[in-house]
Design a protein around this ligand. Structure first.
Ligand code: NAD
Length: 352
């Protein structure tokens, strides 16, 4: 039995999460496993109900389940709140509280969507890599931090255990893929990066079957755009990963296609990388694929069922190959379908 906490959130969140839940229910029928899906409020929806973005009850539920599925949070309604009440603050808090230290973002190009990339089809065809971004350390959390009229400052700091655990996860994952890890840093300038590099190489000694190389972050930004096929697994710090995973994501096409997983030792959270898209919320227009592909990651990384993960990915591929397009991935002349129609097509490709 799998116990999943579902957090629809705000804007298009409820629509795309409903799509992912339909996929989960279909898989549970097809493979005869039980799932319990418990819904909780988070973000603006929670603020409106309880006066806070993340309640203790939601956090407790997230601690007591096998995986969390999150839609998206935020929107214009809550933008004028003080910083500590904003959805972004709640997102940082949930990651920190659940100790979700690794953010995984695949950059995978679907053949049917080669035209959606801003790069030439020849450059992106066959791209399939995974970015491991350290999520709970580095400059976003380091102390001291602050600013006054004359200066602003933040601190980029990494503890030994923080680098060890993400490096280990990246090497273990590479063993199940093409066996290549590239660690990205700025060791020519930053001491913290030299430390990162030393630790990654130390951890690598336990993974003789994985090839490790290093790359400076400025070169990496260029290489991802120049020749994305050279990458298999990338591992990098919070700040560099934030930027590189967005570059990596966009070469594959639309925001509506990109899933993510945030993983810790005990907990894991799966969510599309897009936001709550207030401009199309409630219109049955949102692309549910990023959220459905996040379910595939859930089966891979939390439930250790790579076959089911593959089944979901194949159903997405087959649906795209059959010509189904939500408006964000449609070209002129394509038949545009709704969130629900896209979901139903994927569910029917999963079959019974
Ligand atoms: P966004 O990702 O919500 O939207 C950017 C553009 O992409 C919009 O035009 C939107 O319509 C489109 N889009 C996004 N997802 C789509 C989908 N599944 N299908 C079709 N089109 C899609 O980013 P934004 O507009 O900068 O932010 C809107 C709100 O979302 C803000 O309040 C922001 O703080 C929040 N946000 C939340 C998260 C999160 O919950 N993790 C992430 C990013 C932004």
């Amino acid at each position: 039995m799998y116990k999943i906490v579902s957090i629809p959130g705000d804007g298009i969140g409820p629509e795309v999460v409903a799509g992912a839940v339909s996929v989960l229910r279909q898989l549970s029928k097809k493979h005869s496993f039980d799932i319990v899906i418990e819904e909780h409020a988070f973000g603006g929806a929670s603020y409106d109900l309880h006066g806070e973005m993340l309640t203790d009850a939601t956090l407790e539920a997230c601690r007591n389940c096998d995986a969390v599925l999150l839609g998206a949070v935020g929107g214009p309604k809550w933008e004028s709140l003080p910083h500590e009440y904003k959805p972004e603050a709640a997102l940082l808090k949930i990651r920190k509280e659940l100790e979700l230290f690794a953010n995984l973002r695949p950059a995978k190009v679907y053949d049917a969507l080669l035209d959606a990339s801003s790069l030439k089809a020849d450059v992106v065809r066959g791209t399939d890599f995974l970015v491991f971004r350290e999520l709970t350390g580095g400059i976003y959390f380091g102390q001291p931090r602050g600013f006054n009229e004359n200066r602003g400052w933040n601190t980029m700091i990494y503890e030994l255990y923080e680098v060890q655990r993400i490096a280990r996860l990246a090497f273990e994952t590479a063993q199940k893929r093409k066996g290549r890890v590239i660690s990205i840093d700025k060791a020519n300038v930053l001491e913290v990066s030299q430390f990162w590099r030393n630790v990654v190489h130390e951890v690598h000694k336990d993974f003789a079957d994985v090839e490790l190389s290093d790359m400076y972050v400025d070169n990496a930004a260029m290489q991802i755009v120049r020749n994305p096929k050279q990458f298999d697994v990338i591992v990098t710090s919070n700040l560099f990963g934030d930027i590189l995973s967005d570059i990596a994501g966009m070469i594959t096409g639309s925001l509506g296609m990109l899933p993510s997983a945030s993983i810790g030792t005990k907990h894991a959270l799966y969510e599309p990388i897009h936001g709550s898209a207030p401009d199309i919320a409630g219109q049955n227009k949102a692309n549910p694929i990023a959220t459905i592909a996040s379910i595939a990651m859930m089966f891979e990384y939390s439930f250790h069922k790579p076959d089911i993960a593959k089944e979901i990915e194949q159903a997405i591929e087959a649906t795209l190959a059959a010509g189904f397009r939500t408006s964000d991935i449609a070209n002129r002349g394509d038949n545009v379908v709704s969130t629900k129609e896209m979901t139903e097509a994927i569910v029917s490709h999963i079959g019974t």
